[in-house]
Write a protein of this length. Structure first.
Length: 433
């Protein structure tokens, strides 16, 4: 299917956007609920395809669950209660599903096979295979550590593991496997990454300890069911924040957005760049902060230069780099991105996809091995955008289309559903063509 969405210039991005539930938190809450004791109720669960891939895998593992609107009710099977599936577990396009769930599967005494769509099947999994095998799991993969994975789990041993790269998914995989060890498991992360897993583990009753850069979990916890509400997805908000910053007559409101400290770097970054943003009604539930965002057209941002994205900042902004690249092209000083080679192995080669589509819209851009240099002050012109089936490329270039002369056609636009079902309707509701 090749759905094409057409986007034209808009001088206003105004109104209210109700964001879907946070993907990262939804994945984790669903997995914790599945291995907890009792019935968990998860409200405002993410509607994304990725999170429903997680739910599909849990069903295949014997977990009873019910979906009613955006509420998911999960009857937990206990820490060691998952059953062997009848066939291959399908993670769809979701690297989070495959990487995190593999940590849990490694603690069960069965043989599991987990695969995904063509995109996921070309994303290397060596980063989780190596620590899980150190813990005692047996794992087979295709050449170059590619899926599908065949995991023979069972009795694991606790390890102390230094992350080779800044990856919340790898950290989470090892910590989840650590629940099944014979001794505590600790992970060292020298660069801070998203801490949704640590917060969720504590909320469901696991013992989590912090010692400088080390994060440790005790094995064999009695996880307890929880009733939880999931905040709006800040990664989804990024596209609307960028669009409103550029459109001259914008005034946009985004209620109930997740403001996790490890994710909030996006807001800190944009405000440093001059975004006209206010945060209201902040609260904290289950360790996860949330609040309401108000954003307006931001001349100061447009007239300046986006701060460079490099080193530690990359891990915090990795999902937002596509839209920040677009935003940078419309500021006077542009943006430089480096140390972001991780983007080469996302749902697509995002560095290549960003460069290709910016050039198609008339933007001069330097593509580097680990990033991009996007000069500022460039005029965008409408073009055909080839998303490569990547949801963040599709949504980033929808933002570009709102600032471009002429018509922008987003090919394979349905891929936005991977993280943000209803994105196109939400966008149309707040733009003036």
């Amino acid at each position: 299917m090749n759905m094409i969405e057409t986007v034209c210039y808009s001088d206003s991005v105004s109104g209210t956007v109700h964001l879907p539930g946070d993907k990262s938190i939804s994945h984790r809450y669903a997995m914790m609920a599945a291995i907890a004791e009792g019935t968990s109720v998860l409200k405002h669960f993410a509607s994304s395809r990725d999170c429903h891939s997680t739910l599909g895998c849990l069903r295949s593992l014997g977990v009873e669950l019910d979906e009613s609107g955006d509420t998911v009710t999960i009857l937990g099977r206990g820490l060691r209660g998952l059953k062997a599936p009848d066939g291959i577990l399908d993670a769809g396009n979701s690297g989070t599903t495959m990487r995190l769930l593999s940590g849990i599967l490694a603690g069960h005494p069965y043989t599991f096979s987990i695969s995904g769509d063509p995109s996921l099947s070309n994303r290397p999994m060596g980063r989780i295979i190596r620590p899980l095998m150190q813990m005692g799991a047996s794992i087979e993969s295709r050449e170059k550590d590619l899926p599908p994975l065949k995991i023979r789990g069972g009795s694991l041993k606790g390890i102390r593991y230094v992350l080779p790269v800044a990856s919340a998914q790898v950290k989470s995989c090892v910590l989840l496997a650590g629940l099944y060890g014979n001794d505590p498991t600790a992970v060292k992360a020298t660069v801070p990454t998203r801490d949704h897993t640590e917060l969720a583990l504590k909320e469901f009753g696991a013992v989590v300890r912090f010692d400088e850069d080390w994060i440790a979990v005790d094995p064999g916890p009695n996880l307890r069911a929880r009733n939880l509400s999931i905040p709006g997805d800040l990664s989804g908000a990024a596209f609307f924040l960028a669009a409103a910053a550029l459109a001259p007559n914008s005034d946009l409101y985004l209620p109930g957005v997740g403001l996790n400290g490890r994710r909030r770097e996006l807001l800190n970054y944009l405000m440093e760049a001059g975004l006209d943003l206010s945060i209201e009604n902040e609260t904290v539930e289950a360790g996860e902060p949330r609040g309401d965002l108000k954003v307006r057209c931001s001349p100061e941002l447009v007239e300046g230069r986006l701060p460079p994205i490099r080193r530690d900042r990359v891990a915090a902004l990795i999902d937002e780099i596509p839209v920040l690249s677009v935003l940078g092209s419309q500021t006077a000083g542009g943006v430089e991105i480096c140390d972001a080679g991780e983007l080469r192995i996302k749902e697509s080669d995002r560095i290549s996809a960003i460069a290709e589509n910016l050039r198609s819209m008339g933007v001069a851009v330097e593509e580097k091995k680990d990033g991009l240099n996007v000069p500022g002050g460039q005029r965008l012109r409408g073009a055909d955008i080839h998303t490569r089936g990547d949801h963040r490329i599709a949504m980033a270039f929808a933002v570009a289309g709102l600032s471009a002369e002429g018509e922008t056609r987003i090919h394979d636009a349905e891929c936005a559903d991977i993280s943000f079902p209803g994105f196109w309707a939400a966008l149309r509701a707040v733009i003036k063509e």
